[in-house]
Write a protein that binds this ligand. Structure first.
Ligand code: AMP
Length: 319
């Protein structure tokens, strides 16, 4: 995950919640990708606070450093070497056709850097360096993983089979809509509900949510099936969902009530997360220590992979 600061409920429902569960069945590596962030973030002072906020949310949500390897991408410089080495076998045409390159280039026309083009190669290095066998992805991210598989396959074919070709674990990830009700929840669009927000902040943000645009008056029957607020109640108020749905459909309840109830439900749902976050915040440096320990563990695997890759390519002094 890129360090974009405190996480929103879309990050949680679309990724983090699933990552927490995967720890029961797999030996997991979770990495905050600050090298990747440099393709668009240019303020050095902004980076570490964003990393810290991301790590705090991960740990508060119970990504567990005892069970998983949790670390910062740039603390394992071997990934930069693997990126370089894989760039020698990856055809330029594979990268030029990646849609996110064109999208990012359009978004930041004054900063179309080489790193944006090489982004998928660094992403491949992130996975292949740790000999990742399975990668949790949503259906829409499958093409990215396929590119990693192609990069590994090409390397293995040209040299020898040292890289593990990863398989997807396809998770059913909801696409959480933002407070505007029309676009995907995202920090940059300013339509996010933060998972660690305090109850009063939640009430303020949720109150601004666009609800049922097809319901001009309070007395008109609503359309809960297309109302974003009602859809979020499905997740955050599962016991009361049918009652809320019915109330909205029959105009027994108004949007203001439904939004207030959602703010309360989200606050309750994340109460243990907020509590753990506060505990961690009260221990300065704790997060950085956890990330440093994670990086030390990650580097054990990383060094093995890099040694095998260098050897396969004929690099370094003999022996
Ligand atoms: P990003 O920082 O946008 O790359 O998001 C990090 C993770 O959160 C990715 O796995 C995304 O798929 C997931 N994610 C981000 N925004 C949403 C959203 N609105 N709904 C569902 N998942 C999301």
């Amino acid at each position: 995950m890129q360090p974009t600061g405190r996480l929103h409920i879309g990050n949680y429902l679309g990724a983090l919640r699933n990552w927490v569960r995967l720890q029961d069945d797999y030996d997991c590596f979770y990495c905050i990708v600050d090298y990747h962030a440099l393709t668009t973030v240019t303020d050095p002072a902004a980076l570490r606070p964003a990393v810290e906020d991301c790590a705090l949310d991960w740990l508060a949500a119970r990504l567990d450093p005892e069970r998983s390897v949790i670390f910062l991408q740039s603390d394992v410089p071997e990934v930069a070497e693997l990126h370089l080495l894989l760039s020698m076998t990856t055809p330029l045409s594979w990268l030029e056709r990646v849609p996110s390159f064109k999208e990012k280039a359009d978004e930041h026309p004054d900063n179309v850097n080489y790193g944006l083009l090489g982004y998928p190669v660094l992403q491949a290095a992130d996975i292949l360096l740790y000999a990742g066998e399975r990668v949790p992805v949503g259906e829409d991210q499958l093409p990215h993983l396929e590119l990693t598989r192609e990069i590994a396959r090409r390397f293995n074919h040209r040299y020898r089979p040292v890289l593990v070709e990863p398989q997807p674990i396809i998770s059913d990830t909801p696409r959480v809509m933002g407070t505007d009700g029309v676009s995907k929840m995202s920090k940059s669009r300013g339509n996010a509900i933060l998972m660690s927000a305090e109850p009063d902040e939640l009430l303020r943000v949720v109150s601004t949510m666009v609800t049922d645009v097809l319901r001009p008056r309070r007395s008109d029957p609503g359309h809960p099936e297309s109302c974003n607020v009602c859809q979020l109640h499905r997740i955050f108020s599962p016991d009361r969902y049918s009652e809320i749905w019915e109330g909205e459909r029959t105009a027994r309840t108004g949007c203001v009530d439904t939004k207030k109830a959602l703010a309360v439900a989200v606050a309750e749902y994340f109460a243990p997360v907020r509590e753990r976050r506060h505990e961690l915040e009260a221990r300065p440096g704790a997060v950085w220590e956890i990330l440093a320990e994670g990086a030390a563990r990650a580097r054990v695997t990383a060094r093995e992979t890099i040694a095998a890759v260098r050897d396969a390519m004929g690099l370094g002094a003999a022996g």
